[in-house]
Design a protein. Structure first.
Ligand code: DGL
Length: 262
């Protein structure tokens, strides 16, 4: 029994990190579609096609559940994946929405993500579905965050400037901010330093807990205490770059990465 985790590239490693904390015994297959990243500027049709191809690849590895560790693919493709495939497939949006609802005091929630995620309005839909309270949701795309993170620019003047350009006005309308893109948790501390009163939500932890609950419910959890923390990594391009910057997302070394063609 194993779990499949996929992202458009490297960002999903922030979700993988939390999954490994919550489920230390599970074997995991991580797939990063590094040849076709970014998904954030692509159409629903294309993102859905790519996501289906990845799920099929992971099914060949006989995974018993899949985590869509990418906000954009969750926003645009999760519904279709759930209709098409029989195994449990979960995304990151529900988890982020739940945490924000439970922690907002003013009822004003902001969501930042890629253009595709923000335009899909999936976060707003999910928040309205899950909450009976009168919650206001505002969303904003922050396309410069992804390249900044991939360049390792996580603090300092440049990143502060980028954050302020996107968020100075936006922040005034909200008390809670959902990091609706898998790269953004790496900017959590920089954002938190500028807006000290902001409640910042990273959906990764809650996603890992949701996954655990589903695996328990379906009796798919590995019960023996012997730790099998093995993770197998697959990418569609740039093995070396993945290894090199992966450590920043995962806080540990990535030893072996396999290149695959879909
Ligand atoms: N992983 C994507 C997300 O969480 C960000 C990178 C991309 O645009 O593919 O939305």
């Amino acid at each position: 029994m194993s779990i499949g985790v996929f992202d458009s590239g490297i960002g999903g490693l922030t979700v993988l990190k939390e999954i490994r904390k919550v489920l230390p015994n599970e074997k995991i297959f991580y797939f990063g579609d590094t040849a076709r990243v970014p998904y954030g500027e692509k159409t629903k049709e294309l993102i859905t096609r790519y996501s289906k191809e990845i799920v099929e690849f992971l099914l060949d590895k006989e995974v018993s559940a899949i985590v869509v560790a990418c906000n954009t693919a969750t926003a645009l493709a999760l519904e279709e994946l759930k209709k098409t495939f029989k195994i449990p497939i979960i995304g990151v949006i529900k988890a982020g929405a739940k945490t924000a609802i439970n922690t907002t005091k003013s009822g004003n929630i902001g969501v930042i993500g890629t253009k595709a995620t923000v335009n899909s309005k999936r976060y707003e839909e999910e928040i309205k579905k899950l909450s009976k309270k009168n919650i206001k949701v505002v969303e904003k795309a922050c396309p410069l965050f992804v390249p900044a993170v991939e360049e390792g620019i996580l603090d300092g003047k440049l990143v502060d400037q980028i954050i302020k350009t996107y968020l100075d006005d936006f922040e005034k309308e909200i008390d809670t901010l959902i990091l609706g893109c898998t790269h953004y948790p790496l900017l959590k501390s920089a954002i938190g330093k500028i807006y000290t009163n902001l409640n910042i939500v990273d959906p990764a932890r809650e996603t890992a807990l949701d996954l655990k609950e589903i695996l328990e419910e379906k009796n798919l959890l590995k019960n023996d205490a012997t730790k099998n923390r093995e993770v197998k990594y697959y990418v569609t391009d740039g093995k070396d770059k993945f290894k090199e910057i992966g450590i920043m997302f995962l806080d540990e070394n990535i030893e072996k990465v396999e290149l695959v063609k879909l």
